[in-house]
Design a protein around this ligand. Sequence first.
Ligand code: 5GP
Length: 211
Amino acid sequence: MFRKGLLIVFSGPSGAGKGTLLKSVTTINKNIGFSVSATTRSPREGEVNGKNYFFISVDQFKSMIENNMLVEWVEYCGNYYGTPRKYVEDTLEAGIDVILEIEVEGAANIIKQYPDCVPIFVLPPSFEELRKRIEGRGTEKQDVIEKRLERAKKEMNYIKNYKYVVINDDIERAANDMNCILRSEKLKIKHNTNILKDLGIDIGRENNVND
Ligand code: 5GP
């Protein structure tokens, strides 16, 4: 009864509350792997190397690109960010779901490579609330805050690439929405073809109603 893991792509503007939401989702769903990205950005206070990110130099990042070690990468607000390939491929192959928390251009790249992935966009309840959250975090200088807000506006145009939208106005409700999405994705016929095969049911290529 083997089923490959789901690749969940999770995006949304900086300050939408993606981190908190993901923490809540991975606390409830123990069988989800969280892909740790590589970045050339400096660690924020409290961030741990290997847990939040692999904090590496520009040279190290470029060498990862050259050696095809990243599934996707982007330059975002002056820094490089990328998803290490090995963890994603090994984890999905082992039947474990993987979440990528990445920005919209990287997500578009992943959606092309993995058309069966589950792209989810998280939105703040309003733009004013977004500004409040980024300023309230107190981790960025004013010019970086403005850059991130500008970028947030642009990112929202990419929402059409995604299958689901979650509005993060209330963390409990938003986490519940996320769990509903994951549960219903797992129940899709296309994600259960191996199980159906074990039961002697071959759907061939005809099941095209649920992507
Ligand atoms: P932050 O600097 O706030 O941690 O992240 C900035 C943005 O980069 C966020 O939107 C985050 O989702 C995105 N990001 C983090 N890791 C990756 C990655 O590996 N690839 C891409 N494309 N975006 C990433």
